[in-house]
Write a protein that binds this ligand. Sequence first.
Ligand code: ATP
Ligand code: MG
Length: 564
Amino acid sequence: MVQRMSRMMLKTLRDDPADAETTSHKLLVRAGYVRRASAGIWTWLPLGKKVLENVSRVVREEMDAIGAQEVLLPALLPKEPYETSGRWEEYGELLFRLKDRKGADYLLGPTHEEIFTLTVKDQCTSYKDLPVVLYQIQTKYRDEARPRSGVLRGREFLMKDSYSFDTDDEGLAEAYRLHREAYTRIFERLGLDYRIVSAVSGAMGGSASEEFLAPAAAGEDTFVDCPACDYAANTEAVTTVVAPAPAADHAPVEELDTPDTPTIETLAAHLGVPASATLKNLLVKVDGEITAVGVPGDREVDLGKLAEHLSPAVVELVTAEDFVDRPELVRGYVGPQTLAGTAFRYLADPRVAENTAWITGANKEGKHARNVVVGRDFTVDQYLDVVVVEPGDPCPKCGTGLRIDRAIEIGHIFQLGRKYADAFELDVLGREGKPVRVTMGSYGIGVSRAVAALAEQTADGKGLCWPAEIAPADVHVVAAGKAAQTELALEVAGKLHAAGVRVLVDDRAGVSPGVKFTDAELIGVPTILVAGRRSGEGVVELKDRRTGEREELTVDEALARLSR
Ligand code: ATP
Ligand code: MG
């Protein structure tokens, strides 16, 4: 069927919704693709549903192409498997929990590792049943703290999630590689500009994990990007490479009188040195043990990164109580010399390198020390990447100054390993007749989020501007007004439709040509065909939505062009 606007449930809005901050939110609402039902919960209207289906179709085709099998698991799930994995608790307030009429606990699935693991445990018993990759395109539920930005961050949203099951690490690596390639094809077909960034810091050595990020100002993620080489990483995963300082004859440690300088700012001002010449020692408790983290005075410690590096140990900030009965710790004047390795474990940023000299606390009230040399006056127990990354920090691959950009996370691939297989004792009978523990990967794509990400990246001042694969139609035929023009428009639309072209035709009566043109630009179908002034001569106008280029063609020429 030709989609006729005279019969469609479609109401465009002239003004941006009051609560909308991002381009995609404003335009998807104004162009009649989605409507808000509740905070973070959205209704997909006819045009929106088409776009959502188009994204789903591309995802489905490429998942099928790597041999993944589509399934559909429930979204309403019993509590027990999530208790077994520990996520009933871990998810905290993000989880929608509910009870049935008998009082039993349920949840609405935020992601499905547990249930897929159980499904495979039920269905696969031998190594011959593996490898297997399963996927679904399903509604997910997360009670997000800030469900803003329209469908970019919903509390109910559509996700493609897949899970790979293998008997060995090589199999998992292969499933991961196939997903990476499928994702590359998917995002390319969708017409998204994207970057693949490492999501886990190399220092952790842990399992491989990468994110697919779509650069956009509306994004809530930040990533670093090297202007000179191909290095890109989530800001949390950036590693710091510091060339070791040459051995030098540093002057001996000298104590300085620095009254009332408990902060780096007051100290740097008092001595007239840059903050980067000073060494800041942040005290924390790691599983209750006092630990110091040394970073250059001009850098901030990222506590999230620190916690991640030291996990599962629990990291807390020290409080005044921790200084009671510890006279060696002088608040505001702590230094690692004499104390590192005795009063506390000493962790440091790689910039606090061997042979470098620093100004730091002298472990006496109102006093600091200069020429405190790493390796001579104290030693570092462990180096960790814990500072907040800043633009201009060196690329770990080539040394060029890094950029920091905002982006939308559209996909995530992850080698899970045996975490869930262990929790659910997922074994299959191996080649040698002994049980083998299965290893898993999990892979997500935000399908509804991808619609918003595409809108963010492609929209212009006039409205949405969809890439061909995703657009709700290939051609938007506009009947400028008069009956004869409508007749021609419908005729052309019918012929295009017969030729396999997806057509939307604006045949609304009593709507001015101006409004129709504005709506066509707002809706964002790639090609606009106008049956206007020269309809009588059988001449129509073709307009490229993106470039704005116009061309007059005879109906036959236009049909030939668009049916290609
Ligand atoms: P975020 O950091 O944005 O909250 P996440 O890392 O928690 O996302 P994953 O668990 O990796 O998300 O989920 C897989 C994919 O699902 C994400 O890459 C993203 O594209 C999408 N997604 C996650 N949360 C939402 C949401 N609230 N609304 C829409 N899409 C989402
Ligand atoms: Mg993620």
